[in-house]
Write a protein that binds this ligand. Structure first.
Ligand code: ACO
Length: 332
């Protein structure tokens, strides 16, 4: 007799952000900007900047260690490590393999996924699928970014928006009959808008050269206004569709944990879903946009602050370069 499918649950969360805070006022000494301009357009007050010895793997390993500790598990039972990042330590090997080594985990499948700011939702869905095969016990999923390493510190239209950090979760199967766990995912992408937000240099299309460095091709480039419009559209759609598909009304949601890119994008999501902004978990004032790390850092802070309790239904929703987007409903 086949047993009922077991849900995939979040067993623990963890996060790590670098010590050094860079305020809007600090930035106004680097580029022609002001606290007033940045805060009114984005909601960001400061962001964390990694020091030269910190990398996506070192920050990710620390967030991962805290998530494993929060789950009350031993490292021996982690057999999958997936890192979502667009700032890997190096093109290869994967940041996940470097995290494995730093945590001293011996037997795990390790790989990275590149889905920019939607990365954490992409890796949660992939890791959930692996767990449901029954071949793995627990997956450590990590979003980690050292965006300061690809920012153009002469471009005020981008360098004020982003920060560094890492967030992680341990996923595992729940007991038979336990209804807590991931309810659903809805992921999407539109590669026709790839050049709206990208880092053109450094890959095989434009390998590092004197010309590519002089042309500042190794820095993040963004058409902010267009990204803004797309973000409002796709985040709203990803949220509405997953609620409809699962017959869940927005007033049943205890908390929404959105990608922390811009307060105005989040406010527009709040009015589209008819969910008061107080039910959104927000920390972009402290960290800015940390891309794939944004949702797991916020999730960890929300859980530790008691904003999410057992039995609550929560919504995660993200968008990013690609373009990519995604949403997930979870019963905590
Ligand atoms: N300080 C002062 N002035 C600035 C700054 C700055 N940091 N940046 C731009 N300006 C100026 C512009 O030059 C422009 O001046 P002009 O009118 O003389 O040309 C003026 O401010 C207005 O610029 P806009 O681009 O129209 O400003 P807007 O209101 O659109 O806000 C912003 C810009 C904040 C970037 C907004 O478009 C936005 O948030 N877009 C979405 C970005 C985003 O979320 N990206 C993350 C994607 S997720 C991922 O995958 C990484």
């Amino acid at each position: 007799m086949s047993s009922a499918p077991r849900s995939v649950q979040i067993k623990g969360t963890g996060s790590y952000t670098p010590q050094k805070a860079l305020t809007n006022n600090d930035l106004s000494k680097i580029v022609d900007t002001s606290d007033e301009w940045i805060f009114t357009r984005t909601g960001i007050k400061e962001r964390r900047i990694a020091d030269e010895n910190e990398t996506s793997s070192s920050m990710g390993a620390e967030a991962g260690r805290r998530a494993i500790e929060n789950a009350g598990l031993n490292i021996d039972v982690i057999d999958v490590i997936v890192v979502g990042t667009m700032t890997p330590d190096m093109p290869f090997p994967s940041t996940a393999c470097l995290v494995q080594e730093k945590l001293g985990i011996k037997n795990a499948v390790c790989f990275d996924v590149e889905a920019a700011c939607s990365g954490f939702l992409y890796i949660m869905e992939i890791a959930s699928g692996l767990l449901q095969t029954g071949r793995y016990r627990n997956a450590l999923v990590i979003g980690s970014e050292k965006l300061s390493s690809i920012l153009d510190w002469e471009d005020r239209t981008t360098c004020v928006l982003f920060g560094d950090g890492a967030g992680a979760a341990v996923l595992g199967l729940g007991e038979e009959g336990d209804t807590a766990g991931i309810i659903d995912f809805k992921l999407g992408a539109d590669g026709s808008k790839a050049d709206m937000l990208h880092q053109p240099g450094g890959g095989c299309a434009i390998p590092p050269s004197t010309e590519s460095l002089a042309g500042r091709q190794h820095f993040l480039k963004m058409r902010g206004k267009e990204v803004f419009k797309q973000a409002v559209r796709v985040m709203g759609q990803a949220a509405v569709e997953i609620l409809e598909q699962n017959g869940i009304e927005s007033d049943q949601l205890a908390c929404v944990v959105p990608h922390q890119a811009n307060m105005r994008i989040i406010e527009s999501l709040s009015s589209r879903l008819h969910i008061p902004i107080e039910r959104f978990f927000l920390n972009l004032d402290k960290y800015g946009n940390t891309s794939a790390a944004s949702i797991p850092i916020a999730l960890d802070e929300a859980a530790r602050a008691g904003r999410i309790k057992r039995g609550d239904i929560i919504l995660l929703v993200a968008f990013g370069a690609g373009l990519t987007w995604g949403s997930s409903l979870i019963r905590w």
